[in-house]
Write a protein of this length. Sequence first.
Length: 154
Amino acid sequence: MNDYLKSIQDDYRLEKIRILFHECKKHYLKSAELVGKYNEHIKYLKEKERFYTDGPLRIMKAIEDRYNKEYCDDQMQIFEPFEKMTDRRWHSFIWNTGQALIMDNSFCRSFLRSAGFLDQNDIELAIPTALQIIKDLELRWYVSDEPKREDNEN
């Protein structure tokens, strides 16, 4: 990992956690509505926007670690300027990974539990469950090494 990537990850970490929280919340509430589930946990989740960050922070760091170990390649700079390449590849990875994770019901429940929502009876399992899902996530999409063509280029 390079210093530029570390600074991007540090700068955007809380924003990415907020996005993941809101997407998991939206997915969970939609699922609850489909099955007609409504209880005090659903009501609380609907009403609140603030959440605990300790659990979600550990989960986001696991996503970052997976990228840093499996996809970070400082040698790709021969294709485009280093900062542009690093920025593009990281944001592509985090977007696609986030989309895959929010489609996983178990991940959404675990993420929301780690943020202080839903049934807290098995809270000690929330973070390990989310981390295992991240570890096992099948990344069927492709992180392109090709620089994106700019709209003003021919």
